[in-house]
Design a protein. Structure first.
Length: 78
């Protein structure tokens, strides 16, 4: 029989851009996958060069729904 395992999920910054123009994507990924490897979903972005790195864009609806699903609530679609 196949044993079901829970997948550990982490929120990570995945690196993109050129050497002097880096930016990052905020991603939900399996805890065992590498930094720039396979991801579950893109949650937002972070650009350290704009505004001195003080801004980060996140899609809060996606973060909230993923958190509720992880806690055992059913996903509700409108």
């Amino acid at each position: 029989m196949c044993e079901r395992r829970k997948m550990g999920m982490k929120i990570r910054l995945s690196r993109f851009g050129c050497e002097n123009k880096l930016f990052y994507r905020v991603m939900a990924a399996n805890s065992r996958s590498p930094r720039d490897g396979k991801h579950l979903e893109v949650l937002g972005y972070y650009n350290p060069l704009s505004d001195g790195g003080k801004r980060m864009g996140l899609n809060f609806e996606r973060v909230k729904s993923n958190t509720e699903i992880d806690r055992g609530k059913e996903k509700v679609t409108d």
